[in-house]
Design a protein around this ligand. Structure first.
Ligand code: PLP
Length: 424
């Protein structure tokens, strides 16, 4: 171990706050020196196959030459300019490409900083549109349990009320309307309960917000796409807006470019983030229909009340354009399919193993759910010992590898998951 590495970790312990933890942290983080392809190189020289794609964003792997070149080229022109009163080609190209690729009907794009802010913007759009349409009483949101939409306050209010942070923030978060968690299979009674919830609360609901097909950080659960059609019809019947949060599912993760395609359903508002820039820089996009935009624009204030300093950051937009360019040849789909079948082969033997409650795979997502809370330090260390980076949470040990992971990489990841399961 070099003195430099120890010094850095000591400074980290003294000053740097890490996600969801106390200060100082309970365990030291692993120091990463560099990353390339699907591998993270640690400060002590070890190399780990990345099973997390940096929280599901680095779909093309690290230091991709096309993304690196796009970043360098854009940095040579301008890294940033304000977006109020100014515009630029990277943002214009990105917005038009997103309109072209996303489900039909979404025509307008609001670029912002991060997934949580993208969801804030979506909610603000819904509330402002309802107010502009003469329904100011429609201020609540409905969703189903088991969701996750971000860590800022309004997104927190639609996260799962048990697994999320509602208990900590009761009395602070707005009280939203929740249906039960969506079942994996189609169930008429559950579909009817969604319709009933929407009808009962119609006069107070601005929008329904859900993650389509896969609920990510709320529990890594998959549900039947037909529920999205049920939500589409019920919301439309009552003038309630439908928001799809595809921050985790967008750009191919579930095997379709957007998860809404599994159901053939278009929302009124769509949130994108994470893989938008191939995991290089923070950027989110909130898209909406002309009807939503027209209502807001004709309403009080005459526009959407939002405009972050780094809105439409050219560097992030240029990388997003390059990342989408890599997806456009369609080769990602074969990569995701290969990962899916290899994950199934590698994880299926864990079904029925001691401590395992469920094994599920969809697209480039592999999940092992335990029947007990994971010992995160032990599980992580066991995976690292196998040369794999995983970040389990709650009762879940899972992977979302970069799409460029080859079969040997995926086998290594499933070996890491197996070791992590055995260690916890
Ligand atoms: N929405 C979903 C579905 C997410 O998975 C996440 C992040 O995990 C967010 C919103 C929040 O995104 P960010 O962490 O970029 O704020």
């Amino acid at each position: 171990m070099s003195a430099g590495r120890e010094d850095l970790l000591a400074l980290d312990r003294a000053h740097v706050w890490h996600p969801y933890g106390p200060m100082p942290g309970r365990t030291d983080p692993y120091l990463v020196e560099s990353a390339a392809g699907v591998r993270l190189r640690l400060g002590d020289g070890r190399e780990l196959v990345d099973g997390m794609s940096s929280w599901w964003a680095a779909i093309h792997g690290y230091r991709h030459p096309v993304l690196d070149a796009a970043m360098a080229e854009q940095a040579g022109r301008m890294s940033h300019v304000m977006f109020g009163g100014l515009t630029h080609e990277p943002a214009i190209r990105l917005a038009s490409t997103l309109v072209e690729l996303t489900p039909p009907g979404l025509q307008h794009v609001f670029l912002c900083d991060s997934g949580s802010v993208g969801v804030e913007v979506a909610i603000k759009m819904a509330l402002q549109a309802q107010r502009a349409l003469g329904r100011p009483g429609r201020q609540r949101l409905a969703t189903w349990r088991g969701g996750y939409h971000g860590d800022t306050f309004h997104p927190m209010s639609v996260c799962d009320p048990v697994g999320g942070m509602h208990a900590l923030w009761s009395g602070v978060l707005p009280a939203q309307v929740f249906a039960g968690p969506p079942p994996a299979e189609f169930d008429d009674a559950y579909a009817a309960s969604l319709e009933e919830m929407i009808e009962r609360h119609a006069d107070e609901l601005a929008a329904v917000i859900v993650e389509p097909v896969v609920q990510g950080a709320g529990g890594m659960r998959f549900h039947h796409p037909e529920y999205l059609r049920v939500l589409r019809e019920a919301t439309a019947a009552h003038g309630i807006l439908l928001i799809f949060d595809e921050i985790a599912t967008g750009f191919g993760r579930t095997g379709r470019l957007f998860a809404a395609e599994h159901a053939g359903v278009s929302p009124d508002i769509l949130c994108l983030g994470k893989a938008l820039t191939g995991g290089y820089l923070t950027l989110a996009a909130t898209l909406c229909t002309p009807a939503v935009a027209a209502a807001i624009s004709a309403g009080e204030g005459g526009g959407l009340a939002h405009g972050p300093t780094f809105m439409g950051n050219p560097l992030a937009c240029a990388i997003a354009n390059a990342s989408i360019g890599l997806l456009r040849d369609g080769r990602w789909a074969a990569g995701v399919q290969k990962i899916e079948s290899r994950l199934k082969d590698g994880l299926e033997p864990l079904r029925g193993a001691r401590g395992v409650a469920d094994v599920r795979v969809l697209g480039a997502i592999g999940v092992v759910q335990l029947d007990h809370p994971v010992d995160m330090a032990a599980a992580t260390a066991a995976a690292v010992a196998q040369g794999v980076w995983l970040r389990p949470f709650r009762d879940l040990i899972y992977t979302m590898p970069p799409y460029v992971a080859d079969e040997a990489d995926v086998d290594r990841i499933t070996a890491g998951i197996t070791a992590a399961v055995a260690a916890t």
